[in-house]
Design a binder for this molecule. Structure first.
Ligand code: ZN
Length: 260
């Protein structure tokens, strides 16, 4: 049986590249109704959620992260490939660079970041490595086959937004070891782990972070992302085509010793 794949995309991607037979659907969750699209990709059933809504109307702090992840689980999704448009803190990673994220630093507050307590129980999940290693390796291999340059080894810094960061904030997180700066990857990755879903993020560099270039404008960010849509779509399709079955994974056992 093929593993059901979910895609969650951010800024610039409001339709799933390479998807056919797209069927919009509302999924009822304990956290409110969630808009999803069921679709076919490489002859497999996939699920798609545009994180900011179909018309980019949901700001980073208003995203229903719990609802989105719950809906994925409800629909039988076992692995998620997410994209996060990011500012780069690394001089060598200019606009258009695709980067597999390995770690995060969280600077958000006020977001609903856990499903627990659930059914009266608490859990403390292990996020030493918050992203799925298997997905990471599969994507790296698919990218190599397609001759897509995909960097790895990034620490993603998550800020609240929706404003961009100050020069001083950028300097601070750069000194702390951050490589990419964005507003949406946390708590999405952690909520996936709490539901034992494999999850990986590809950061798409749209610009250098504020302070490393003169100013950052939203228009510039969007223009840069549009240029890379096809490459990202090819990577999505390659994962589903090259690795239809995910097999067992440490992420599936995230709750084995986590619940109290
Ligand atoms: Zn996994």
């Amino acid at each position: 049986m093929a593993t059901k794949t979910g895609f969650i995309t951010g800024t610039g991607f409001y339709a799933l590249p390479g998807a056919t037979e797209v069927r919009p659907q509302e999924v009822v969750t304990p956290f409110g109704n969630v808009y999803v699209e069921l679709a076919s990709m490489e002859n497999q059933e996939v699920v798609f959620i545009p994180r900011h809504g179909k018309r980019h109307t949901i700001s980073p702090r208003e995203i229903n992260f719990r609802g989105n992840l719950w809906a994925m689980k409800e629909l039988g999704v076992e692995r998620i490939l997410a994209t996060s448009v990011s500012g780069s803190l690394v001089a060598a990673w200019g606009p258009g660079t695709l980067v597999l994220v390995d770690q995060f630093l969280n600077f958000t507050d006020g977001r609903a970041e856990t499903f627990y307590p659930m059914n009266g129980r608490l859990a403390h999940v292990d996020v030493t490595d918050p992203y799925c290693r298997t997905l990471h390796e599969q994507l790296a291999a698919s990218a190599e086959k397609l001759q897509i340059s995909l960097k790895s080894g990034a620490t993603y810094v998550c800020m609240n937004g929706p404003r961009f960061e100050t020069r001083a904030e950028v300097e601070m997180v750069r000194r702390l070891g951050g490589h990419l700066l964005g507003q949406t990857n946390y708590p999405e990755c952690v909520l996936a782990r709490e539901l034992a879903i494999c999850y990986v993020t590809v950061g798409i560099v749209s610009n250098f972070a504020a302070g490393m270039q003169l100013t950052v404008t939203a228009t510039e960010v969007i223009e840069n992302i549009r240029k890379y849509g096809d490459t990202v779509g090819n990577l999505f399709a390659a994962l589903v085509r090259d690795y239809p079955e995910h097999g067992d994974c440490a992420c599936r056992h995230a709750l084995d010793q986590a619940e109290l």
